[in-house]
Every structure is written in structure tokens, then in C-alpha cells.
Design a protein around this ligand. Structure first.
Ligand code: DGL
Length: 262
């Protein structure tokens, strides 16, 4: 199976992309809803949780893993790659590659959770070599709650987006990475407030494209993946909203199961 995990429900944006680009394969998803959010936690706690999430997916039969969560990708990907014996994809590298490819004036903006922005992984990676890039980052912690409340198009969301994005607009970024699972769901508001000429990178699209390429060139791994639609969706806590959101976001009748990692 293709294993995908996230701190909660946000990683469903990556599942949606897997269903679009790799529709033949069975997916096993784990959302750590009991311990979400990760974006406000320390690197030690995030790494501990993310490792447990990844190990659970391996136990379930995953043959490749996608860390859908940007916070976990930014803070814990190296440790996960060290400890997990199967290919692991994270969302940071493919997003960076795409942003570098499309920026016209080398002015990049990155928005994410506090933990993602504080990790400084984007500055570290982008500044390797003499990049000449101007990089402006901004934590947008309220976006996660707004999306989970379904406030995708409310005036309050627009006001908050305008405030968060103003410093990036002032820096005249020409490319913006949506470095959080939830942000693609308010992409239109973000585009409106950052300006219509700014190019937006959706890391979900990029990470799945990278995995698709990988599977093309690694038939021995591709052959291990089950080809059917008997997907498994586990969450460490399940409330009425969980089932509802999974169905709404993925637009198919998927049953969720509860699995605690405690
Ligand atoms: N999934 C997280 C991310 O992409 C957002 C939610 C959280 O803070 O846990 O960074």
C-alpha cells in the first residue's frame, strides 16, 4: 500500500492528489487527530509522534510512505528516513524544486505552521550554494482552524489572510509555497490577497508527482503495491466531524477507523 500520514485531517489534500495522479493503488492513511496540531509543538514531540505514525503505517503493510504533514516533514523527515526501512517522501524537497524552477525574479514566499517556519528548513535548503534568492517566510497559525471550521470563503478568513500575507506582498514575492496541508483549501483567498500574478506551489501535487516518477523507475517496489480501492483510513481519534470531512474532502464514501497510538 501507499502509506500517508499527517497530524490530523489535513493530509487528505495529499490523498486527494494520490487518487488523482496514482488512482490504481490502495492507500493506507493515518491521521493523528488525538494529538493534533503538531504545528504548535516542540521538535522533540513532533519527531516522536511522527515516528510512531510512520511505524504504524509500516505495520499496516505500507511499501512507501508519504509524510503529508509539513510540520513533520520539516522537523522529523531525516529521523524517519533513518529509522524506517522503506522509501519515505516528504513535502519540502519537491516544493522547493518546483519553486526554484518557476520563480522569475528569485523572490520566494513560504507560509506554514509556527513549527515549520521556526525550523528554518526552507532558508537552509534554499540558501545552499549561491542561490541569490530572496526568501520571506510567515507563520499563519490561524489558517488551520479556519479551514477545519469550513470558513473557506468567509470575510474573516480574507481579513486574516490579508494581514498574514501583507509582509510577503511588501517583499514582492513572485512565488509562494503553501507549506501546510490545509492551505490548498483556501488557495483562492490566498491568491486574491497575495496578488493574482504570484505563482503558487501546492506541495501535494509536487510530492505525488515525485513519487509517481520514482515508482516508474523502481518496478520492484511498484510491484509490491496492491492495486485496488480497498483503502484504509485510520485516525487516532474519531468524532462525527472526522467521518464527515473525509467524505466531503475526498468526495467518496470512505469509512474511517479509530486506532490509538498511545
Ligand atoms: N498538518 C499540519 C502541517 O501541514 C498542519 C496542522 C498541524 O499543525 O498539525 O503542517
Amino acid at each position: 500500500m501507499i502509506g500517508i500520514f499527517d497530524s490530523g485531517i489535513g493530509g487528505l489534500t495529499v490523498v486527494k492528489e494520490v487518487f488523482r495522479q496514482l488512482p490504481d493503488y490502495r492507500v493506507v492513511y493515518f491521521g493523528d487527530t488525538a494529538r493534533t496540531p503538531y504545528g504548535t509543538k516542540s521538535p522533540e514531540t513532533i519527531t516522536k509522534y511522527a515516528l510512531q505514525d510512520a511505524k504504524f503505517l509500516v505495520e499496516q503493510g505500507a511499501k512507501v510512505i508519504v509524510i503529508a504533514c509539513h510540520t513533520a516533514s520539516s522537523v522529523a523527515a531525516d529521523e524517519i528516513k533513518k529509522q524506517i526501512p522503506i522509501p519515505v517522501f516528504e513535502v519540502v524537497s519537491p516544493a522547493i524544486a518546483k519553486a526554484k524552477q518557476i520563480t522569475k525574479h528569485k523572490r520566494l514566499g513560504i507560509i506554514g505552521t509556527r513549527a515549520t517556519i521556526n525550523s528554518e528548513i526552507y532558508q537552509d535548503r534554499l540558501n545552499q550554494g549561491d542561490s541569490g534568492l530572496v526568501i520571506k517566510t510567515q507563520a499563519c497559525p490561524l489558517f488551520v482552524s479556519l479551514v477545519e471550521e469550513g470558513w473557506l470563503d468567509k470575510s474573516e478568513t480574507k481579513t486574516i489572510a490579508k494581514k498574514y500575507l501583507f509582509p510577503l506582498k511588501r517583499e514582492k514575492v513572485d512565488t509562494l509555497i503553501l507549506a501546510c496541508t490545509h492551505y490548498p483549501l483556501i488557495r483562492e483567498v490566498i491568491q486574491q490577497k497575495i496578488g493574482k500574478k504570484v505563482m503558487i506551489v501546492d506541495p501535494a501535487v509536487e510530492v505525488v508527482a515525485k513519487m509517481r516518477e520514482f515508482l516508474k523507475h523502481q518496478p520492484e517496489i511498484e510491484h509490491q503495491l496492491i492495486r485496488d480501492a480497498d483503502h484504509k483510513f485510520f485516525f487516532s481519534d474519531v468524532v462525527d466531524k472526522t467521518q464527515y470531512i473525509v467524505r466531503e474532502w475526498l468526495e467518496r464514501p470512505i469509512k474511517v477507523e479509530k486506532h490509538s497510538l498511545e
